[in-house]
Design a protein around this ligand. Structure first.
Ligand SMILES: Nc1ncnc2c1ncn2[C@@H]1O[C@H](COP(=O)(O)OP(=O)(O)OP(=O)(O)O)[C@@H](O)[C@H]1O
Ligand SMILES: [Zn+2]
Length: 512
């Protein structure tokens, strides 16, 4: 079966054929960094992380972009309302935390949360404030094409002219007449109340630092424009997939599409939207105040269980948080881990299973990459090929993670049966399948400590590579039953203050 995705724009499940063979370009909307992340934000990022991991597992090269909205009304409001939180670099106390400092502080909190839950960093993570020039260019193209105009009052705003663009409403299949008014400006300066702001003129009371000189006067960009400018800068005028939460479909994505298409860009070939995390049925949202932070969840359960919980539903489904949710996720993770432990023990030292990919400096219990992965790659097998057919079929079918997890648990069950009957050949094969599946779902990528890859540094990465090569040589020595050589490597590492631990999920190293 070919890869298929549900495309929100056509409201159909369509075959996915990348625009450039072998490559995928993906843009997904990141955070407006106005406050701490909640698990709804992280669920969205995990959904796209799984998508990227899966596409890469099938052999595709993915270029991913996730923006940071670091200028916005809400950021300015939070800054204005902050009190006693700001310090300059020399420790001088500021009464208000400047908006740009507040935005950078919360951006780091998002990064920390993503790292703690194994969301890989995107290829590019552009900030809106770094792309003002690209936004000017896009506005100018729209004005030149007759689809945008400076406000007819003295606000300094520039609006998109929805009536000039007959395709407006195509993403959410709405008629202009039925649409809500755009709330982002005084309707007196607009041709139509639904016209939305591309550029917002500087208002008295806004900090001077929050406005840029533009051909239309000082001001700042509209949110929708930011994503159009950044996605096409990094991915080109036409790219494969645009993602984000379902709550962004209208007006945000509708308006992005209108701006880019009216400026002459093909824009996204597929639109993928993740469902909301809800709390007692209601969207988890800062404005409602019903949020749970990743930090709070990590205090209740291991990161592996939190990742499992946030990634387990179909990405398009709503995911409701209930008090028992994390215990259920923990039980599922333990079932998988128990099989991995018992399988490794049963296979024992006779079959060294610690391939180079199994070794991480911080160590993971759900180690995913497998025994002999290098040789399988030599034989032209992708990671996806190593997963069972039922798993692959589920992932090809619009990323059906619940069914893919059913295949994972089925392999664990079969593995436990093989263990009971002493069928070690099947145990080995199933172990490899389970590891491929946990790797694809990113379950093995979660750091044990909530602090995540922050511990990494160029020095640590270099050391990690060196130690890995030593561990690879040691694994080979053990495979050759050259115990003296294996021990000598271990002793040399110990002499350098590096402790090796042979765990159920491979060899790990740490500094003594
Ligand atoms: N409860 C949620 N469940 C799933 N995804 C969410 C949820 N809330 C936000 N997202 C997604 O997270 C990404 C970043 O969101 P953004 O910073 O725009 O948050 P937001 O929607 O303004 O959040 P809030 O409503 O809490 O202020 C977007 O793709 C958004 O759709
Ligand atoms: Zn966006």
């Amino acid at each position: 079966m070919a890869q298929r995705f549900y495309d929100t724009q056509s409201a159909q499940v369509r075959d996915f054929v990348p625009l450039t063979e072998g490559q995928v370009s993906l843009y997904y909307c990141g955070a407006t960094v106005q406050g701490l992340p909640h698990v709804g934000h992280v669920r969205s990022a995990i959904a796209f992380d799984i998508l990227i991991r899966w596409l890469e597992a099938t052999g595709l090269r993915v270029t991913s972009v996730r923006n940071v909205t670091d200028i916005d009304d809400k950021i300015l409001e939070k800054s204005a309302a902050s009190y006693g939180e700001g310090f300059t670099a020399d420790g001088v106390y500021l009464e208000r935390e400047p908006w740009f400092a507040l935005a950078y502080r919360f951006e780091q909190e998002f990064t920390r949360a993503y790292d703690a839950l194994g969301v890989r960093r995107p290829t590019y993570e552009p900030r809106a404030t770094g792309h003002i020039t690209e936004m000017f260019e896009l506005i100018q193209r729209l004005i030149d094409a007759g689809h945008a105009y400076p406000a007819t009052d003295d606000s300094g705003d520039v609006y998109f002219d929805v009536r000039s663009w007959p395709r407006y409403g195509e993403l959410t299949r709405q008629r202009v007449e039925d649409m809500q008014d755009a709330p982002d400006a005084d309707p007196r300066g607009k041709r139509d109340p639904r016209d939305f702001a591309l550029w917002k003129g500087h208002k008295s009371g806004d900090p001077d630092t929050a406005s840029w000189a533009s051909p239309w006067g000082r001001g700042r960009p509209g949110w929708h424009l930011e994503c159009s400018a950044m996605s096409t800068k990094y991915l080109g005028g036409t790219f494969d997939i645009h993602g984000g939460g379902l709550d962004l479909r209208f007006p945000h994505h509708e308006n992005e599409l209108a701006q880019s298409a009216a400026a002459g860009d093909g824009f996204a070939n597929f639109w993928l939207h993740n469902g909301m995390v809800t709390f007692e049925g209601e969207k988890m949202s800062k404005s409602i105040g019903n949020t749970i932070s990743p930090h709070e969840m990590l205090a209740m359960a291991r990161p592996q269980a939190v990742r499992y919980f946030l990634g387990q539903a179909h990405y398009r489904s709503q995911l409701d948080y209930r008090p028992t949710s994390l215990q259920e996720a923990e039980a599922a993770v333990e079932r998988i881990e128990n099989f991995l432990t018992r399988a490794q023990q049963a296979l024992g030292a006779e079959t060294p299973t610690a391939g180079p990919d199994d070794v991480t400096p911080s160590g993971t219990r759900l180690a995913g990459a497998s025994a002999g992965s290098a040789d399988r790659a030599d034989r032209g097998l992708t990671l996806a090929d190593r997963a069972p057919a039922a798993f692959r079929a589920a992932m090809e079918d619009d990323l059906n993670v619940p069914q893919a997890l059913a295949a994972l648990h089925e392999a664990v069950r079969a593995g436990n049966t093989a263990l009971s009957s002493g069928d070690l050949e099947s145990v080995g094969a199933l172990l490899d399948q389970v590891r491929a599946m946990t790797t694809i779902l990113g379950l093995d990528a979660v750091p044990n400590s909530g602090d995540g890859p922050e511990q990494s540094s160029p020095e640590l990465d270099a050391l990690d590579q060196l130690v890995r090569s030593q561990l690879e040589a040691r694994a080979q020595a053990r495979a050759d039953k050259d115990w003296a050589a294996a021990d000598a490597i271990r002793d040399a590492l110990a002499g350098a203050g590096i402790v090796i631990e042979d765990g159920a999920d491979g060899a790990r190293w740490s500094l003594a």
